[in-house]
Design a protein around this ligand. Structure first.
Ligand code: ADP
Ligand code: MG
Length: 232
């Protein structure tokens, strides 16, 4: 499996209080698949995604991504893994406000090594005509398109999306999910997406339901639904 997580545990300590946030997570996802992690707020979804993306580290267990045990990487190796192999998309886009659309993508590290270029990814997300605009001149959906372009320009092995439609209305959400499906098909990018909207699960190859730090259900969808046909 492209992603292979087993017995992953993670606790946070605040003062003298230790909270176990991940209590032995096991999950896997094949190369080129779309996975969805579903669960209520506070259940540990972002913590799991941050560990997979090399932003954070697990306390114990195995986290293998594309054959590499990322828990065993040293800090420099983990940074390199995060920069080279992982694309992130967040709920609130996180674009740099005083840079244009094109410049927001230009600042991505490793861009020179990528087979893709800025214009190509802006074209792919339908934003090439807005290359010289600033984020404040764009709608939420357009800003999310730019943040997806920024995430894919380095041709990442894994695209991690943390509630990518959490701040968007229904129609815009659907167009962003459609775009993620297109990216998955066009570039073969493996995508793992967090949501608390159960309807989105229909477009995924695998669905993981998380409750208080544990996977309570894992499903494989034999038939995935095109994002434009998701009902919610
Ligand atoms: P979700 O994404 O499912 O809403 P999170 O993974 O963000 O959940 O958080 C799970 C739990 O871990 C929450 O109770 C949260 O307060 C706690 N938590 C997350 N990050 C930290 C941190 N850096 N320090 C302390 N507690 C944290
Ligand atoms: Mg979260």
């Amino acid at each position: 499996m492209f992603i292979d997580v087993s017995s992953l545990k993670k606790s946070y300590t605040t003062g003298v209080v230790k909270t176990e946030v991940l209590k032995g997570i096991g999950m896997n996802l094949g190369k080129g698949e779309i996975g969805v992690i579903l669960g209520p707020s506070g259940s540990g979804k972002s913590t799991l995604m941050n560990i997979l993306g090399g932003i954070d580290r697990g306390d114990s267990g195995k986290v293998i991504v594309d054959g590499v045990e990322i828990n065993n990487l040293n800090d420099d190796q983990l940074t390199e893994y995060r920069r080279e192999d992982i694309g992130f998309v967040f709920q609130f886009y996180n674009l740099v406000s005083n840079l244009t659309v094109g410049e927001n993508i230009e600042v991505v590290s490793n861009i020179s090594k990528s087979p893709l270029n800025i214009d190509e990814v802006l074209e792919a997300v339908g934003m090439l005509d807005k290359k010289h605009r600033f984020p404040r001149e764009l709608s939420g959906g357009e800003q999310q398109r730019v943040s997806i372009a920024r995430a894919i320009v380095k041709n990442p092995k894994l695209l991690l999306c943390d509630e990518p439609t959490g701040a968007l209305d229904f129609l815009t959400s659907r167009s962003i999910l459609q775009l993620l499906q297109q990216v998955n098909k066009k570039y073969g990018t493996t995508i793992l997406m967090i949501t608390h909207n159960a309807a989105i699960a229909a477009m995924a190859n695998r669905v993981f339901k998380v409750r208080s730090g544990e996977i309570v259900e894992a499903e494989v969808n034999q038939m995935t639904v095109p994002a434009e046909r998701i009902e919610w």
